[in-house]
Design a protein around this ligand. Structure first.
Ligand code: 5GP
Ligand code: MN
Length: 341
């Protein structure tokens, strides 16, 4: 594992950089990527965020020409040629620590001259050439702020401006549930203060992220809550959004964002489970714990991972079977992971 200083020194000497956030980008993945991309461009480097799916409507304000999407069948060389003119001298993943978090882009990632990883997931392993993983950080954007400060030190340049601050703040805001989740530390607030000194308008960011929903999204959320089942004596709640439900509401899967938090907000619910039917026999699982349960270990059983209180995995089975499977494993987990007195 490397230090933040070493990550900054690496960024300082590289000139053609591709940034890899995880698939289904959340505010932290995009905010961290955008903050880094903007900083690198300010230093005169060629930098892009390479993505493979859509950016959620409520996050699009963070992207300012940073994101480019890989096309089906595009080779690493074709991607490098198109955006950088020649091979990337650094491919760096952010807010994730494993290539199965960016399946369609992994060949490009490993084709870079050097690979890097900046992440805050406890289940991530240091598999890149240069790694900084800190599971104690509430958001990857919190780490990125520290790395960019080091980069300012290494280069002697003033880097962190309002645009970078807005992007990083968005990441911290979303991964901490507006500074209230148990991952929020004094350092999280300290970073937020420094970002606000750069001119961040937190209420404008909040309005963009949380108060820009479409009717379709609200309808879909209502339908998902309606389909909820409570189990394990009221300690757990589960629901699903299927492709049929999307059609009925005129919604897209990104609109299901937030459903899992609604389930966790029910009194007495310790674990909330939310399933997204991405395709037939491809069910994305999102789990949240409220105060003591460890959902990262449950997700790991199915090849996924994440944080203790927020984790996910993918189940390759029909929707009904996935529901049964999760009800069974979560009930079992709640039987062993009991509430501390
Ligand atoms: P979400 O439920 O919001 O998709 O994800 C919750 C947390 O778990 C996020 O930090 C996310 O990066 C992580 N996570 C979600 N799905 C997976 C997965 O399939 N594998 C791993 N390693 N982490 C995941
Ligand atoms: Mn994150």
């Amino acid at each position: 594992m490397n230090t933040k200083r070493e990550m900054a020194e690496l960024l300082a000497v590289k000139n053609r950089i591709l940034i890899f956030p995880h698939v289904h980008m959340d505010g932290d993945a995009l905010g961290t990527g955008a903050g880094l991309c903007c900083a690198l461009r300010k230093l005169g480097k060629e930098a892009y965020i390479l993505i493979e799916d859509e950016i959620g409507d409520n996050l699009q304000f963070i992207d300012d020409g940073f994101c480019v999407r890989i096309e089906d069948g595009e080779t690493p060389d074709a991607v490098f040629e198109k955006y950088l003119g020649k091979k990337a001298d650094l491919c760096i993943m952010v807010d994730c620590g494993s290539p199965d978090r960016f399946e369609k882009r992994k060949e490009v990632f490993f084709a870079g001259e050097v690979t890097g990883c900046i992440d805050h997931h406890g289940t991530s392993k240091p598999i890149a050439d240069y790694n900084f993983i800190d599971a104690g950080a509430a958001a990857c954007a919190e780490i990125m702020y520290d790395v960019l400060r080091e980069l300012e030190d290494v280069t002697g340049a003033d880097i962190i401006d309002k645009q970078i601050a807005d992007a990083l703040f968005s990441g911290i805001m979303t991964d901490t549930g507006c500074f209230v989740y148990s991952n929020t530390t004094i350092h999280t607030h300290e970073v937020a203060i420094e970002l606000m000194k750069k001119g961040v308008d937190s209420s404008a960011i909040s309005a963009n992220i949380y108060e820009s929903d479409s009717f379709a999204k609200i309808r879909l959320n209502g339908m998902a809550v309606d389909a909820m089942r409570v189990f394990a004596d009221g300690q757990a709640a589960i629901t699903i959004v299927t492709q049929d439900m999307l059609k009925e509401c005129g919604a897209v899967m990104n609109d299901a964002e937030g459903v899992v938090d609604t389930l966790r907000s029910i009194k007495g619910v310790e674990i909330a489970v939310f399933l997204k039917e991405l395709a037939e026999n491809e069910i994305k699982v999102s789990m949240r714990a409220k105060s003591y349960a460890n959902v990262a270990v449950i997700a790991s059983e199915f090849g996924g991972g994440g944080h203790i209180r927020a984790a996910g995995c993918t189940l390759r089975m029909p929707a009904e079977e996935a529901l049964k499977t999760m009800i069974s494993v979560v009930t079992e987990a709640l039987g062993t992971q009991t509430k501390p007195e």
